[in-house]
Design a protein around this ligand. Structure first.
Ligand code: UDP
Length: 321
């Protein structure tokens, strides 16, 4: 297949490109580099089956030649990023997804939307199943991301209903691993970065809020299975092992040798109290479930964050002025 991947230089987009190339497909990677990083694609830049297109999908864009599928990963995705870029986040989930769907329709290509557990907001149902409609503040600090993705889902199912467009909707829960930006503010890179620098680990609120962390390789496996399935979705993809943020901080503390103290900071507004996917649909329809434990996934990520930190401090040492 020839597959277009938007958000190709981001965390999940770049891993998905790798997976598609490993499966023998050709890939056209698109990104405007607003939060992505070309370095995430450096290892495939000489690959003849990989084409790069720097473009903003909020404007209409064209891809010449046949396209069999379009996987859309383009969006700021960390709370720090989308708080900084609320208008861009809303534009990419609306205009951006519209342009992707138009291209998919024109090319008769399957459209895969990377949606999010944020569609459930601060959930009143636990664990979250796909038929739960969510509990979202439409005007809060997270609304630019939550409503952008909810709109993107609505647009995707409307194309499916009106144009019979083949679509796949993945609701992605917290995922971590190599290629996350150290400064993207999410709890995994933030706490590992703090531990590596010998700083205190910042826990927001009392740390009793929960998340369920999925290692990136597991998530990519689920996404690929969804793409090649006939499942319209939405389908939850994530790791159902739930942990409190305080437990998570203690785990990072232990992995780093126990030297970094834990400090408590105010809980951001609308921070979801708990989050855990019910993945029975993915188990049943995609025969998928995560395999990598949090301990193993964090050890695999540790080396990456260590070298990213070394590279960042080397750069700042050599920066002019
Ligand atoms: N968090 C924290 N300390 C940090 C960064 C985040 O305690 O330095 C908390 C945050 O308040 C949230 C959880 O960790 O409860 C996960 O936050 P993240 O930004 O990774 O993603 P979210 O799941 O909220 O989108």
């Amino acid at each position: 297949m020839r597959i277009v991947v938007t958000g190709a230089s981001g965390f999940l987009g770049s891993h998905f490109c790798d997976r598609l190339l490993a499966e023998g497909h050709a890939v056209v990677g698109i990104d405007n580099l607003i939060t992505g990083n070309r370095a995430n694609l450096a290892h495939i830049s000489g690959e003849p089956r990989f084409e790069w297109l720097e473009a903003d999908i909020c404007q209409p864009f064209a891809v010449s030649g046949p396209v069999d599928a379009l996987a859309d990963f383009a969006s700021p995705a960390s709370p720090v990023d989308y708080a900084r870029l609320p208008l861009e986040t809303l534009q990419v989930g609306s205009f951006g997804v519209f342009h992707c769907l138009e291209l998919a329709r024109e090319k008769r290509a399957v459209f895969l939307l990377s949606s999010t557990s944020e569609c459930y907001g601060d959930p009143e149902v636990h664990p979250q199943r796909e038929d739960y409609w969510g509990h979202v503040n439409p005007i809060g600090p997270r609304s630019c991301y939550d409503e952008s993705k909810r709109f993107a889902e609505a647009l995707t199912v409307a194309y499916h209903r009106v144009h019979n467009q083949p679509v796949r909707i993945a609701r992605i829960f917290n995922t971590y691993g190599p290629r996350m930006r150290l400064d993207d503010g999410r709890v995994v890179p933030q706490l590992i970065g703090q531990a590596l620098r010998g700083e205190a680990l910042t826990v927001y609120g009392d740390g009793s809020q929960t998340r369920s962390f999925c290692y990136v390789d597991d998530l990519i496996e689920g996404l690929y299975r969804l793409l090649i399935s006939q499942e319209t979705g939405p389908v939850n993809l994530g790791n159902p092992t739930e942990t409190t943020i305080l437990e998570f901080a203690r785990l990072i503390q232990a992995l780093s040798g126990g030297h970094s103290p834990i400090v408590f900071r105010p809980l951001p507004a609308d921070d979801p109290r708990r989050r855990c996917p019910d993945i029975s649909l993915a188990r049943r329809r995609l025969d998928w479930q995560p395999r990598i434990t949090l301990q193993d996934g964090l050890s695999c990520s540790w080396d990456y964050f260590e070298s990213a930190l070394r590279a960042a401090s080397g750069q700042s040492r050599h920066a002019p002025g």
